[in-house]
Each structure stands twice: as structure tokens, then as C-alpha cells.
Write a protein that binds this ligand. Sequence first.
Ligand code: GLA
Length: 393
Amino acid sequence: MIDAAALRQAFRDVYGLQDGAPRLFRAPGRVNLIGEHTDYNEGFVLPMAIDRETCVAARPRADRVVRIFSVNLNEHAEFDLDQPGERERGLWLDYVEGVAQALERRGVRLGGADLALSSDVPVGAGLSSSAALEVSAGLALASVSGREVDPVELALAGQEAEHTYVGAKVGIMDQFIAALGRAGHALLIDCRTLETQAIPVDTTDTLVAICDTRVKHELSASEYNTRRAECEEGVELLRRAGLTDIRALRDVSEADLEHYGRALPEVVGRRCRHVVSENARTLDASAALREGRLEEMGRLMYSSHESLRDDYEVSCAELDQMVEIATSLAGATLGARMTGGGFGGCTVNLVRRDALDIFRETITREYTDATGRTPNIYVSEAGEGAGEVTSDE
Ligand code: GLA
């Protein structure tokens, strides 16, 4: 949680108060329980918002200039809405300018603004700090410009910022859950229709624990775009092999793949097998979560990890190590898997509440011994999506 009073104070220190007090907006990070690398294949995902967030203090300006102060980095930046900056500069500003330009392209006319932002979503940990930034900044800019923005539209603008300004061909999951998360629930999102079902995450006996490996391998961005291209190639080849009515891997069943998959090169075949099986697991896991069959949910999480490791090849030694340690704690852990894009970042674990201390101690000790890095472990309830902060809490 960001200290709203401290952020208001930081805003005052930078911009003064002569033009009135700022309004505050927030958007959370996320963890995906299951359904990895399925969103850009028009499939299913099951993320929840976490209790870490990005907060933006904002006040409108009379012109079309947006000035931003980052409390975390102690850095100033600015852009002009009428003179779009260069794309893919590799700066944090790309996310903010990217979402502003995307909102304008979508017909949400913005005015200039002064912004101060502060975040406790760890950067580069696979908990979607970038989506939290895009969605909170987009909401702040639209709101102080007097524009209502539909949360789905806001999420799509955040995704467009990634495609245009950041250069990552991401799916819709991260921005969607940042905009539309629901407290106490995970969302089963159909990434084709954008329909959702909210599924309660009951934490009476079982908690969601996130273990950060503290590594991020350079590969992640380029490999992400490669995976996406391999999936598209798979669809094309399956169509040519006779599955003529498919639009995305979402339309392919496990039986179809068994039959037509022979037409695919070995690597593409494994990529497709991951996506097709992961979609089935995500639907099964959602039903298991809804019905309180958490052992089954955990089993599906373990098999999701194996599929991401062996077929999709987006895991890494540190993530595998983390999952292996969790697996060895059979009395404490119901399920564990890498979460997010992969090549580092975090695992997500279902842990029995009464065994949390053992889980923490063992993961910390054994992971540190094996890798020389101290992991970060967070336990999070499912939080609420983006919105305005009206109190000083
Ligand atoms: C990243 C992307 C998401 C999704 C995941 C993998 O987080 O931003 O759209 O593709 O990777 O599931």
C-alpha cells in the first residue's frame, strides 16, 4: 500500500499548492494463478490483483503538457500531448506517454496535467508493475481531464501502450486485471470476448504466496515475441493441415492437436501443446477453485509449471528451483508454478495457512543455499482493481 498522505506531500513539494490539491488514483500489480501465455492466443487466464500498487497524484493544467515526478526514482520527466515523443526509448516515460497517446487515439481527449507517482510493485519481478503504471496514469489523466473512461477501454489503452511505445506484443491479462480486479476474487477472463467470471479466493485455510527469485533474464522480451510468433505459425500450419475453421489456438482441442499436430515442426508442436493444455487446465482450475477443491487446483498448477518448463520453455533454473523446493514441502504446499511471462520473476504458491512459517523458512534457506540469492516472499489477498483514492488511508 502506498501512503497517500506522503504522496500528496511529495506532490506539494514538487509542484506547490497554489493551483489546488491533487486527486489520487491507484492501480494494483497482479499475480496469475494459472493460464500462462494463453491470453494472446485468445484463451483463458485466472489472475488476481495483489495488495501492491502504483499511486498517481494528479492535477489538471491549462495546456497540453504532462509533467511527471517519480517518487521512487526521484526523477522528473515531461511530454507534450501534441508532439508525441519517439517510441521505444526504453524509459519509464514510455508507459505514461504510451497510454496517454493510446487514450487520445481511442477518442478520450486529454488535457495536460502535473503528476507525481509512487509504487510498491517490485519492478522486473513479473508482477506487472508496468500495467499498474499504465492503468493508474491513464485513469489519472482521463479523470483530471474530466473524461469518464470505461475500465475495459483503459485496459486496452494500456495494452496498446505496450505494443506501440514499449515494443512488447503483450496480451490483455495484466492491464485487464489492473483495471478490473475484484477484492477477494480471482477473475477468469476469456481473452477473446473479454467476459469475466469472478471466483472467490477463500483464504481461511489456504494462502496465495508469491516467491520472487530476484532474477530477470535478458531473454524475456525477445523470447516473448518469438513465442507469440511460434503460436501464430502453429495456427497457420494447422489450418493448412485441415483445421480450416480455427482463428487462434483457443479453437484447437487436445484431440485436434493429437490428430493434426503431426503437420507441425517439433518445437512449434510443443508450443501449441502447452497453450492447448493450459487452456483446459485453466478452466478445470477455475472450477476447482470455485468448488473449494484446492488439492486439485494445486495439482493443475504443478502441471502448468511442467508444461511451461518443458513445452513452452519460458522457465529458468531459478524458477524451477523455487518450484522444486515448494514441491518438497508436501504438507505445506498444495501447488506451485512460475507466474507471468517467465525467464525469472516469481512463482505463485498455494500454501496452507498453518504451515506458512515453515514454507517461508524452508524456501528462504534452501533457495539461498542453491542460488546465493535471498528470495522475497509476499502473501497477498486478492485486491480491488484501479480507482480513485478518496481517503488518506
Ligand atoms: C506477460 C504479458 C501477459 C501474458 C503473460 C504470460 O505478463 O504481459 O499479457 O502474456 O506475460 O501469460
